[in-house]
Ligand binder design. Structure first.
Ligand code: SF4
Length: 377
């Protein structure tokens, strides 16, 4: 925590490994949505002359302050046939980009004197980096002397959320237990914290956090294991909720609908058999079961890192944890569906595609994120 007025920057340890793979990218971020231009860059674009200035005039929607997309392909009009940025090629510098293009896929959560910076998994390269990691994800802390003061910021609650999140990470990264147990215990902790906050017992949160920190091993032993029947019902509910979200991309909609049929259309018994076959093959495959558990752990930690402390602004502590478990459960269901649909094959590339596609739907449509949070409450 930064109490002396300096700005604290928190990043996952793999943050600096990211480098855009541009033309090699399997699903460029320069297509499928509208790239908004910030006011400062818009002013610079307006002043540019010569070939670049002419290009900008033709390809910017002045009214909406965004780049035009090709109406047929929905690709940014500055994207060439090799998936490279024409603006960058002309200027030979990232300074020609608007803030969205310069920042993506970096994601920043802002708190008073704290910036939590991550790599959004909607970028396939970010997903590849995270999903390929075998080790536990750690975080780096750096400070500089930037200062800021918010009109209102609940430091007391934020402090407790930061402490709670450390305990959540230690639960979620405790590899002695299955990830489903770790997720259930995390939900239990956040459920108690939510109740204490709702009842204005904010100082009781310290005891709860300390209790889970000290007793997590014993508490984990008491967490019930989810039955196939529970999992079938949960999976059904997940896909019901997904139907209510507006899909950004047709490919995602098709994948989602196909998976629903593959997993649940034949009923609970068939679902149980599918799960058993999947786990049996993965148990037998060299280290593959462990690999899947590690991916699930990383996904839970990712979603908790990005969203959990945001509850300082809306008091929805439990919902933030539910969003993390919802996403991790959904992605595992989609991995299993993909394995079944592809003749019992599931590659890292499939896992990357599924992960980044879900994150594009979630993290690039505020309506979807808000609607999902409402549904989970
Ligand atoms: S999605 Fe990621 S890797 Fe692909 S072009 Fe965009 S930033 Fe680069």
């Amino acid at each position: 925590m930064s109490y002396d007025g300096d700005m604290l920057y928190i990043r996952p340890s793999y943050y600096n490994e990211f480098e855009c793979i541009a033309g090699e990218c399997p699903d460029t971020c320069c297509a499928g949505w509208q790239v908004d231009i910030d006011d400062a860059q818009m002013e610079k674009y307006r002043k540019m002359s010569g070939t670049l200035g002419e290009l900008l005039k033709k390809n910017i929607n002045e009214e909406k302050k965004c780049f035009y997309n090709d109406p047929k392909t929905d690709r940014c009009s500055f994207l060439d046939d090799d998936n490279l940025c024409i603006l960058y090629k002309h200027a030979q510098s990232e300074s020609v980009w608007c803030e969205t293009c310069r920042m993506y896929p970096r994601h920043i959560e802002e708190f008073e004197n704290v910036r939590e910076i991550s790599l959004g998994l909607s970028c396939p390269e970010s997903s590849r980096i995270l999903l390929s990691k075998k080790e536990t994800i750690r975080f780096s802390y750096e400070e500089d002397d930037t200062e800021e003061a918010y009109d209102e910021f609940d430091y007391l609650l934020y402090d407790k959320l930061v402490e709670a999140r450390k305990v959540l990470f230690s639960i979620l990264q405790d590899r002695r237990f299955p990830t489903r147990k770790r997720a259930s215990l995390s939900l239990l902790l956040t459920g108690i914290l939510q109740q204490e906050l709702d009842e204005d017992r904010i100082f009781d949160m310290d005891d709860t956090i300390a209790h889970f920190r000290e007793k997590k091993g014993q508490l984990m032993d008491g967490v019930p294991v989810q039955t196939v029947s529970d999992r079938f019902k949960t999976g059904f509910a997940i896909f019901d909720r997904l139907e209510q979200l507006e899909p950004l991309r047709q490919a995602w909609k098709e994948r989602r609908e196909r998976a629903r049929g593959t997993l649940y259309a034949k009923g609970e018994k068939a679902y149980g058999e599918l799960l058993q076959a999947f786990h049996q093959e993965w148990e037998e495959g060299e280290g593959r079961r462990e690999e899947l558990e590690i991916i699930r752990e990383h996904l839970l930690v990712y979603f908790v890192f990005i969203y959990f402390c945001g509850s300082v602004y809306d008091d929805q502590i439990l919902n933030k944890m539910r969003l993390a478990t919802f996403s991790a459960d959904l992605l595992e269901e989609l991995f299993i569906a993909s394995w079944e649909e592809n003749g019992h094959q599931l590659s890292l590339e499939d896992e990357i595609w599924i992960t980044h596609a879900w994150c594009r739907e979630l993290e690039h449509a505020d309506e979807n994120l808000n609607l999902l949070e409402d549904m989970l409450s």
